[in-house]
Unconditional design. Sequence first.
Length: 211
Amino acid sequence: MAAQSNTKLYHIVHVDPLRSIIRSGEIWCGAQVRRSKLPGTAVGTSSIKERRLTTRLTSHPGLAVGECVPFYFCPRSVMLYVIREANHPELAFRGGQDEILHLEAEMNETVAWAEERRRRWAFTLSNAGSRYFEDRADLACLTEIDWEAVRATNWSARREGKQAEFLVERSVAWNLIRRIGCTEAAWRKAAATVENDSHRSEGAARPDWYY
């Protein structure tokens, strides 16, 4: 199954950093968040976060995964399931999925924005936090992604393909975010922050994006 011209990207983040993201106008990569000690609750597992800081992309030698802002090609990701279960020994945040936002962007618009600013971008065919994955920096290679796995709701036998990622060097502008999808609980926390934002991304509870 091929990608569509309007392929969407989904960055997951705890609701806490939303105010600082909007204030700065940028979603920062993990390496920059660490260097600058930016505020907000971090999600993810510690060993994988560390690995991403040193794992290099073959399509852009010298660029580490952790130096890029990560997006999935779908909501309701494997990582969200890990957060919901809250039983991974290296998961620092154990508040479950109710405090997690999906920030949705359009892939083609994001690529154009990155290229105008000479920001490198790439996508992976599987989990970029693993010890081995393949990456590409050519949109013509999007057909190599297992799109059926990406869109699957029952992904236990297709876990790696489900976790394909889109990566943008350093940061992504907040005004590229077109929609915020979240649980009712997260929207109650995020609504006031978004209402005061001049960009005004569309926001709504999307239970179908959650487990």
